[in-house]
Design a protein around this ligand. Structure first.
Ligand SMILES: O=P([O-])([O-])O[C@@H]1[C@H](O)[C@H](O)[C@@H](O)[C@H](O)[C@H]1O
Ligand SMILES: [Mg+2]
Ligand SMILES: [Mg+2]
Length: 280
């Protein structure tokens, strides 16, 4: 049977590659930094420009589709996931890295229908790695199939996480408490690329056994979540329940065993959901 969303996925790959080129070129220029929710929640004109480029190109080809874009939401657009075909866009995942030229920066494009992610595209544009997944058809990096690690022993594992952009002391305490618990299991190491999307691609590639974070947004994880599950991994909420893309919490792991072991160590809290606009 023909794959109805394949044309859209091909379009996403092309758009992500073009966006990545704009990001790479912008790294050569001065980057004017602005802030959003706090002094450490950064945005640049390149984030905004890239998001508009992607949205415009999609609108021309798929005029009825909807969008949830990080910078459009920051500008006041609503952030509600409906059953309609929806492009979920993070134009630069790893803006802090981009500002500092720390070399992990991704363009992330997820596409959902009936609230289910149909395809995910993450372009790690400085590494020139194009990660793709189509639901039911596997995950790939530059066309090569991806498979999560088969390590089931948490003590032989590397775990990825991030500190995020909240500096609320209570949230920071909880993040550190979880980090301490995970580190002292003990695990071989804890890493963070500075981008949720690339951390998830590292899980899908088998380089780390798991990634967890509280405070991410739907645009950080929509594409990466499908890339992880299509590479054989599992997704869950930090409390062990099913993943809710709008809840701002995620555990993505190579296996249920590793995911549930991490869940036991996480001091879970709930930031305002992405679909609660008045509280964002
Ligand atoms: O703002 P942005 O660079 O698109 O996305 C951020 C990155 O993914 C970071 O690694 C994660 O810790 C934050 O939670 C995200 O918001
Ligand atoms: Mg992001
Ligand atoms: Mg971003």
């Amino acid at each position: 049977m023909a794959d109805v969303w394949q044309t859209a996925m091909d379009h996403a790959v092309g758009a992500a590659r073009r966006a990545g080129q704009v990001v790479r070129e912008a790294l050569q220029d001065d980057r004017k930094v602005m802030t959003k929710s706090s002094s450490v929640d950064l945005v640049t004109q390149t984030d905004q420009k890239v998001e508009q480029l992607i949205i415009q190109s999609v609108k021309e080809k798929f005029p009825t589709h909807r969008f949830i874009g990080e910078e459009s939401v920051a500008a006041g657009e609503s952030c509600v996931l409906t059953d309609a075909p929806t492009w979920i866009i993070d134009p630069i995942d790893g803006t802090t890295n981009f500002v500092h030229a720390f070399p992990f920066v991704a363009v992330s494009i997820g596409f959902s229908v009936n609230k289910q992610v149909e395809f995910g595209v993450v372009f790690s544009c400085l590494e020139d790695k194009m990660f793709t997944a189509r639901r039911g058809k596997g995950a790939f990096c530059n066309g090569e199939p991806l498979q999560v690690s088969d390590q089931e022993d948490i003590k032989q594992s590397i775990i990825a996480t991030e500190f995020g952009s909240s500096r609320d002391p209570d949230a920071v305490d909880r993040i550190f408490s979880s980090l301490r618990n995970v580190l002292c299991i003990p695990v071989h190491g804890v890493r963070g690329a500075g981008t949720a999307a690339i951390n998830m691609c590292l899980v899908a590639s088998g380089c780390v056994e798991a990634y967890y974070e509280i405070g991410i947004h739907v645009w950080d994880i929509a594409a990466g979540s499908l890339i992880v599950s299509e590479a054989g991994g599992v997704l869950m909420d930090v409390d062990g329940g099913p993943l809710d893309l709008m809840s701002r919490r995620i555990v993505a792991a190579n296996s249920r065993t590793i995911a549930e072991r991490i869940v036991r160590e996480i001091d879970a809290f709930g930031p305002p959901r992405d679909d609660e606009p008045l509280r964002r």
